[in-house]
Design a protein around this ligand. Structure first.
Ligand SMILES: [Zn+2]
Length: 54
């Protein structure tokens, strides 16, 4: 784990399940009109919501 990954992870809200994170991502898509997606974090093994990369 790099320092960048750690910082990135700690600043983010953690979701216990992929389902919860996906629901949050959908809400953010609507709110910001930008594509967000849920992903499993390899630092903490919880889920975060981030910008879709593609
Ligand atoms: Zn994390």
């Amino acid at each position: 784990m790099t320092e960048f990954e750690k910082r990135h992870c700690y600043q983010k809200f953690k979701y216990d399940t992929h389902k919860e994170a996906r629901r949050a991502a959908k809400a953010m898509n609507r709110k910001y009109h930008e594509p967000f997606d849920a992903y499993c974090c390899r630092c903490c093994e919880f889920f975060h919501v981030g910008h879709k990369l593609d």
